[in-house]
Design a binder for this molecule. Sequence first.
Ligand code: R1P
Length: 484
Amino acid sequence: MNKNKAYYECADIIRARTGMKRFRTAAILGSGLGSVLEGIDKKTVISYAELPDFPLPKVEGHAGNVICGEINGVSVVGFQGRAHLYEGHPPQSLLTPIRTLKMLGVEVLVQTNSAGGLRENLKPGTLAVITDHINFFGNIPLTGENDAAIGPRFFDMTHAYSPELIKIMKRCAAEYCIPLKEGVYAYFMGPNFETPAEIRAMKLLGADLVGMSTVPETLTAVHAGIQVAALSCVTNYGAGISKTPLSHEETLAESKIAGKKMSELIFVKHARGQLKGTPVKIATVINFPHGTGNPAEYMETAKQALESGADELDFVFPYRDWLNGNRTVAVSKLQSMSALRNGRTVLKIILETGELPDLKTVREISDVCLQTGIDFLKTSTGKTPVSASPEATSVFLEAIRDFGHPCGIKPSGGIRDYAVADRYLSMAETAWGKDMISAANFRFGASGLLDNLLGGLSSLHTENTVQQDMKNISVSPPFNNTPH
Ligand SMILES: O=P(O)(O)O[C@H]1O[C@H](CO)[C@@H](O)[C@H]1O
């Protein structure tokens, strides 16, 4: 290999600055997605400007930093932003970042980008894994003399986007209940967005996504023997499909939201890794937080959650349907959710009691839930002005006692200190009898309570119940807000 190439020097600088010799995995973070790796461990940030011959992005949303560190003990190097050919960079200048990765020992490159969606199911906000691409623009980084030490003159693109990595991405997304679509990415050089006719043509040719990046880097990486995976964040429908004019502002606004989902995918995984081998149970919220979700979508999410090993589902009762007079609709949604359970699933129903007009309604809905055979009545999502209340909890306790079959309760939302928690517990003891209360039928929504409990645990007479309960942690799917 020719030692004069700038990418050797870039790799040396990165090694020296980070003290890390080798990086296994790399990520390129597209428009507005630069924050995805912000939370990595042992972080070092190096500006592209410090690296010789590194093309500097000039577009907003591309910070131009190398961010290095570790995720779950795996060394990662990320590029916050990329240079695009439409910025006027010579195509060959895009070789430097990818070959720097090669010199650092990178085996897997995960690319992200913002893209237009060409199909109805690829609506803004969707994440899609790229399965292949279409490139009609000849001027790519590998045009010109070939460096045979890096890769062959002619190289195969049959599996440019590693089928193995695609499988892993899909598995991870399913595990963390992140809806993930897939599609073929059509590369346009830009900087203009495409015309409606171009979009129609691309659709006919089999494209699902469209964008102005990723392909030069994929080609350069595949040539160098690096495995590629790529994830598009759909920020808009393609021209002619979108009802509004396309703009980079829209790209940035949408990708900011999706960037959070991407980070959560990475860091929920991190948390999951840490929980491995512990008795901590995984619960996920469904139809959260308003109980107004699209049944097809939340049923799919619940299915995926169960397939991925979730132990518990916290379903927000469609209380707005109920309050609008559509009681049959609300009950049928509840029954469908209940029917989805496997033998070991714990189903908790969040009634959102603070939004119900009176205690009579709390009782009516509680009775319907009990007749459906659910496992816990839960007061609140914590997202409404009024959350758990002793009055609603008392109605739960009576309804369950009258029903005569086991069902637990979970006061949740706004319970922040153990004195208050203790009051709820005393209510349950009075209603059901002290010996009847256990972690199997009494829980708190503990997220705001946990630190306080840890401080005062030893003095609490219900130590065993609370400790047991703390083994049940709720993990919200990344598309939702965290439940309380
Ligand atoms: O592909 P990334 O770099 O994410 O950015 C996409 O967003 C920009 C257009 O808004 C274009 O650069 C397009 O390619």
